[in-house]
Design a protein around this ligand. Structure first.
Ligand SMILES: [Zn+2]
Length: 70
């Protein structure tokens, strides 16, 4: 478990205080913990991609069923 600042490369053994780097005050940090909450736009984008994949899967399944029965 370790945290690293992506802007200045500062490393910490535990989570940076208030989710920001103590050296350069950047929020651009990354942690290896499973409870990553402040990764920001990247996880948000991944969530949107997950939803899009889910929608595509279900709609293709529905289309398959519709074309099979009608
Ligand atoms: Zn930093």
């Amino acid at each position: 478990m370790g945290w690293r600042c992506l802007d200045c490369g500062n490393k910490g053994s535990k989570k940076f205080h208030a989710g920001r780097c103590p050296a350069c005050d950047s929020f651009n940090i990354r942690g290896k913990s499973s409870t990553v909450k402040d990764s920001g736009s990247r996880s948000e984008r991944r969530k949107k991609i997950d939803i899009a994949v889910l929608v595509v899967c279900w709609s293709s399944l529905a289309l398959l069923l519709v074309t099979k029965f009608f």
